[in-house]
Design a protein around this ligand. Structure first.
Ligand code: ADP
Ligand code: ADP
Length: 219
């Protein structure tokens, strides 16, 4: 599913050059559930953003589901992302002018799922995540934890081939964390590959394979 070879990524500002990813070699097979832990600033979010095609590598090669990403144009990446991926951002990235319902529905629209089926499918996560009364609300009207649950519902709704989750339980209490992790476990058991960045040892327990990052290296 994922193949990274000699991957490097750096950020330059006027005065400093930060090596965020250094010589990363990583293979993740279809159906794996992988957690990535490591100190703040070690490159976890950068790695996930590279895998989600939101950042490009400065050196090395990335393949996703047999597609060579490195030479792809922006429009091709967007098309592949919509087809393949559910992404749970640390900052949620909900669309502020769309309601909770419309945000969750969006990936189904990308896949041309008919409206009646969209309606039925969005209902389930709304109930599961305790958001039924919020479906007409806008993201700004929700708490951080509620926004996070909407973002998670959106990433899972299309049963994507690959889910990338950046701190999916970062803003949740233990009960909601458990719901979310069980959802990730269920979707993984149904065949979706899951890669999750987390600070929480309890969350990491749900993964079947555990990776550590330090100073841009995978250790
Ligand atoms: P983590 O997710 O493990 O906290 P990040 O991937 O966010 O780590 O960051 C890795 C390193 O890259 C850090 O030193 C961070 O300061 C730097 N970095 C991340 N994003 C940027 C950016 N947009 N511009 C400059 N430096 C960045
Ligand atoms: P753009 O066309 O501006 O590059 P998209 O229309 O693909 O962006 O996506 C709009 C927003 O929808 C993004 O900010 C992203 O957060 C969200 N999004 C897109 N695809 C998915 C997906 N498969 N899973 C979860 N969120 C998604």
């Amino acid at each position: 599913m994922i193949q990274l070879e000699s991957a490097e990524k750096f950020y330059t500002t006027r005065t400093v050059k930060t090596l965020a990813l250094r010589d990363i070699n990583l293979q993740i097979a279809a159906g794996e559930f992988v957690s990535i832990m490591g100190p703040s600033g070690s490159g976890k979010t950068t790695l996930l953003n590279v895998l989600g095609m939101f950042e490009t590598l400065d050196a090395g090669r990335l393949q996703l589901a047999q597609h060579d990403i490195t030479p792809m144009r922006h429009s091709q990446k967007i098309a592949l992302r919509r087809q393949l991926l559910g992404y749970i951002f640390q900052s949620f990235n909900l669309i502020d002018f769309m309601s909770v319902y419309e945000n969750i529905e969006l990936p189904l629209k990308y896949r041309n799922v008919p409206q009646s089926e969209r309606k039925a499918r969005v209902k389930q996560p709304l109930e599961q995540f305790g958001l039924s009364g919020r479906s007409a609300h806008y993201p700004a009207q929700l708490s951080g934890g509620q926004q996070q649950r909407v973002a998670i519902a959106r990433a899972m709704i299309s049963r994507p081939t690959l889910i990338l989750a950046d701190e999916p339980t970062g803003n949740l209490d233990s009960s909601n964390s458990k719901t979310v992790l069980q959802q990730l476990e269920d979707i993984n058991q149904a065949g979706t590959t899951v890669v999750m960045v987390t600070h929480s040892p309890e969350a990491s327990e749900y993964a079947k394979r555990h990776l550590m990052m330090k100073d841009g290296y995978l250790t």
